[in-house]
Write a protein that binds this ligand. Structure first.
Ligand SMILES: Nc1ncnc2c1ncn2[C@@H]1O[C@H](COP(=O)(O)OP(=O)(O)OP(=O)(O)O)[C@@H](O)[C@H]1O
Length: 230
């Protein structure tokens, strides 16, 4: 993924907040943690990276060789949805699993949407995450830590190029947070996926091997400084 000169504005009432991404290039195996206090724009940045929010401006917005800026410009919503399903995996704060599907069915759905069904890969990945005995369970019957492992399974099951993780450890105990972040980092690296993590917990992210990029807050705005590949 390459983002350059991307600007996004959020407006509420008379107030506006502007995020500027100078340059962000994520390659296979990149582990990048965007950090900042509450309200500095971490979620806005992930929304932009996830193609869930239309930018005001984008010099470059390339996802696995596709010009996403051009797709936004011509309102190609189906093509944007296809890009998302094929190339992105998501880990949200509380899992974001479909509540009426089992853990295994959640992961299989991600594979189906991406057009990459691979039951053997799903089971093997569940084994490395330590949840192969939970595949038939419903998300509501899991502990928070188990749910986040299931979310990592769902995020990686379809072999995405990029995993977006928004505060994936905010609701787990600090010891479990370290384990979850390490699992996410290890599994993504092994799969050759890049991870873009948003977190307020910079030390935990660094400990798991993430390269930290702090958002630079300004008046009613934030800036992500240029990050070139490590
Ligand atoms: N729905 C919204 N409409 C308008 N402005 C919003 C909206 N949500 C957030 N904002 C503003 O955008 C800015 C960035 O918010 P964002 O949620 O991206 O920050 P964050 O760093 O993810 O915060 P947190 O860590 O609390 O989740 C904030 O200053 C906020 O006031």
């Amino acid at each position: 993924m390459v983002l350059e000169g991307v600007v996004a504005t959020r407006r509420a009432g008379g107030a506006a907040f502007t995020l500027t991404i100078e340059a962000l290039r994520l390659e296979a195996g990149s582990l990048v943690a965007v950090t900042g206090a509450s309200g500095t724009g971490k979620s806005t940045l992930l929304d932009i990276a996830a193609l869930a929010r239309r930018p005001d401006n984008a010099t470059v917005m390339a996802i696995c060789g596709t010009d996403a800026a051009a797709l936004w410009a011509r309102g190609a919503k189906d093509a944007l949805a296809t890009l998302r399903a094929r190339h992105f995996g998501y880990v949200l704060q509380t899992g974001g699993l479909v509540p009426f599907l089992s853990v295994g069915a959640n992961a299989a759905l991600a594979q189906d949407l991406a057009g990459r069904r691979d039951a053997a890969h799903l089971v093997a990945l569940a084994g490395t995450l330590g949840i192969d005995d939970l595949l038939a369970r419903m998300p509501a019957s899991l502990s928070v830590g188990q749910r986040q492992r299931a979310a990592i399974l769902r995020a990686l099951a379809h072999r995405p190029a990029l995993v977006l993780a928004d505060e994936p450890t905010a609701s787990v105990h600090p010891d479990m947070a370290a384990t979850i972040l390490a699992l996410l980092a290890d599994q993504a690296r092994q799969a050759g996926a890049a991870v873009l993590l948003a977190t307020h917990d910079a030390p935990a992210a660094r400990a798991a091997g993430f390269h930290e990029v702090p958002l630079q807050p300004g008046p009613a705005s934030s800036r992500l400084p240029a990050l070139l590949p490590a």
